[in-house]
Design a protein around this ligand. Structure first.
Ligand code: SAH
Length: 267
């Protein structure tokens, strides 16, 4: 549905990273653009305090959680194009960094096909926020010279295990959208030869005051769902990042591994 050049809309779209949640982890540029926006299309996970930075803008929630991904994405693309055809300054606000696991490419392609100008503003991704919060560097001289950001969630035509198999030996792994399949992922990584004693950190709601953390091993991750590892009856309240690698060893040693459970904490 490309449009001839002379019909191009006056509107412009900014794909803006909202960061991991804490409002003061937005970039200065993101704050400026929100303050100037006519309309903001935002994901479900964007907090009200962030949206308050655009009090003049029309707010449109286009969040999709799991399931029916491709239909939902087409719908979002259409809404975005429509917003650009009817407004001058459109902000498409996405959690974390828009260019990581955010379907940004589909949206950019749709905008380009419709002849709509756009820019991208990076944001702080969940792995950066989680590592900052637990105060562990994801890379470390002599231990981890590479990090893989990956998701076990498969897109159309992809095999879910490919990303895991290809990265089973990467020193540090940050697993996005992995909380529901964490036990299977842990078993799978061990089947590819990853040491069951590999330290694991689970961070829910990184950068929020309500954030929860759990420290375990790959074996421990295989034995309990992340909700149970995080405590409080296993109910997950926010997004969860699962990270693993030797860089987390000291952090693991400093925390009582949850799977030793009540007997350890009661002692
Ligand atoms: N573009 C985002 C990622 C979107 S995918 C980014 O760069 O961070 C959504 C996944 O990101 C969630 O399932 C979770 O794994 C992770 N995530 C996002 N925000 C998070 C947060 N505050 N704490 C922990 N994980 C988070």
């Amino acid at each position: 549905m490309s449009r001839p050049a002379e019909q191009r809309s006056a509107g412009k779209v900014w794909l803006v990273g909202a960061g991991p949640g804490a409002v003061d982890l937005l970039t200065v540029r993101a704050v400026r653009l929100l303050g100037e926006a006519d309309v903001v299309l935002h994901d479900a996970l964007i907090g009200d305090d962030v949206l308050l930075l655009a009090p003049q803008a029309k707010l449109i929630a286009v969040g999709k959680r799991c399931g029916k991904q491709s239909t939902a994405q087409r719908f979002i693309n259409q809404k975005l194009i429509h917003a650009a055809l009817t407004h001058t300054r459109v902000v498409r606000l996405k959690g974390g960094d828009p260019m990581l696991f955010g379907r940004a490419q589909e949206e950019m392609d749709a905008l380009a096909a419709a002849g709509i100008d756009y820019e991208v503003v990076p944001g702080i991704t969940a792995a950066s926020a989680a590592s900052a919060q637990i105060r562990v560097s994801l890379t470390r001289r002599g231990i981890a010279r590479s990090v893989a950001l990956l998701t076990p969630r498969a897109g159309e035509g992809e095999h879910p295990s490919q990303a895991l198999r290809a990265n089973a030996d990467t020193p540090t792994l940050a697993l996005y959208m992995a909380s529901h399949e964490s036990m299977a992922i842990a078993r799978e990584l061990m089947s590819y030869g990853r040491d069951p004693a590999t330290p694991v950190v689970v961070v829910e709601n990184a950068s929020h005051p309500t954030s929860r953390e759990a420290f375990t091993t790959l074996q421990g991750l295989a034995e309990q769902p992340v909700g149970a590892l995080l405590g409080t009856a296993g109910i997950l309240e926010g997004p969860v990042l699962v990270m693993l690698g030797e860089v987390f060893l000291e952090a693991l040693q400093q925390h009582t591994p949850f799977w030793q459970g009540d007997s350890a904490s009661a002692a």
